[in-house]
Design a binder for this molecule. Structure first.
Ligand SMILES: [Zn+2]
Length: 65
């Protein structure tokens, strides 16, 4: 088991979150609300960018065996 601060990429919660996976703030409109939220919340935007980079790293490192 690995520990993550964010929902799994294939999780329904990530596809259409009703809350910010980083700070837990309620979102008004699922995915679109999340985009608006990170624009208003630089810490969450930074974590989102880090998360996206981590996905790329995961594919390269964890799946390499
Ligand atoms: Zn947030």
């Amino acid at each position: 088991m690995t520990s993550h601060d964010h929902p799994q990429r294939d999780s329904p919660d990530w596809e259409n979150p009703d809350f910010c996976p980083f700070c837990g703030a309620g979102l008004t409109d699922g995915g679109a609300g999340f985009v608006d939220h990170i624009e208003d919340s630089p810490p969450c935007e930074a974590r989102f960018e880090s998360w996206r980079e981590q996905i790329a790293d995961d594919v390269g490192s964890e799946w390499g065996g």
